[in-house]
Ligand binder design. Sequence first.
Ligand SMILES: [Zn+2]
Length: 394
Amino acid sequence: MKNIRIAIIALAAIIMASCAPEKKEPHPQNVIYLIGDGMGFGAVTSLLLTEDSLTGFEKAPVIGLSETQSANSHVTDSPAGGTALACGTRVKNGVVGIHPVDSTHLTSILEKAKTWGKKTGIVVNTTLTEATPAAFYANVEKRSMGFEIARQFTESDVDVAIGAGLSAFINRPDSLDLTATLIEKGYDVYLNWKSVLNTTSEKYVGILSMGDVHRRNKPTTIKPGAAAGDEVCLAAKLAADAADEADTTIFSEPHLYLEKATAKALTALEKNAPNGFLLMIESAIIDGYGHNNDSEGMIEEMQEFDRTLQMLIEYVNSHPSTLLVVTADHETGGTGIGYKSHAVGEKAPVSLTFSTKGHTGTVVPIFAYGEGAEKFSGVMKNTDLPAKIEALIK
Ligand SMILES: [Zn+2]
């Protein structure tokens, strides 16, 4: 009798446990990490004041704050800020991915994602070897070591990368043609925007002209160096093909580059990705307008950023197992909406005021969307972001 009673109690406990609401920890398949270089509160505010319709920032269900200092300064630069967001460790200003005490090479969340079976991508509107993207795949003592950063890029195994900066790959002191190295490693390499837009490849590098990726830059002519001696190097041949296919779309609608390149990378990354993907996107030139104290330029930049963000929010909404994290590596310009300089009137243009030509150490905003977004609420260190992403996707 006693045994029967125990069996009934045990059975009841099992039934109750199975009926209790299941508390499921978020575990997103895909992560999209959108970084606005130098995008502080002034930059975000300038967009909110300029736009009549709802911006992507206002659609964020979760908002946090990130403290951006580096290992040796309250005011970080992009190499240290990028490393904190990529590797979860504060390094000294100027350094990319190398520990400040024991000099070990740090591993980024992008590299880790690769080892967990995810596809990975990088999209930037600057050179692929600039400090912020470099922090996701390179380890160098100085951001200026572009040739070494490019060499390390060829070893990164990133599936899709779109940005600028061909000269670090071909006009090299070691005479290597790294576009050939990439092709040997199984990449398709494209040196013009049209080829990137038309490709169905799932493993490619688009190394475009600076004029392709940002309206501020004049279109540059690709001039491969005498890298391969008297022979015309591979990049020269690719560049010649590019000239034949010259496409002016990007010059007539330059503000669409970041959005279009991001959408293009997403289509390649989501194919044949049973374990999902991690895509890092950097809008790099918000920082440049901050350094130049250029209010109009910064607002235009924020409008391009918002178009990309709105597209990504739609992507997250239609792909529920996706986490989108948006933040900045630091603030640039000490931006604000100063009382005296601000025009009055219902449709007065917004004018930012600046307090410095450099970076500042103020906290920057975090906006999070999709599965696991709630983990990014509150005040945190810049280094917490990759740690939180890792805890969610590992
Ligand atoms: Zn800067």
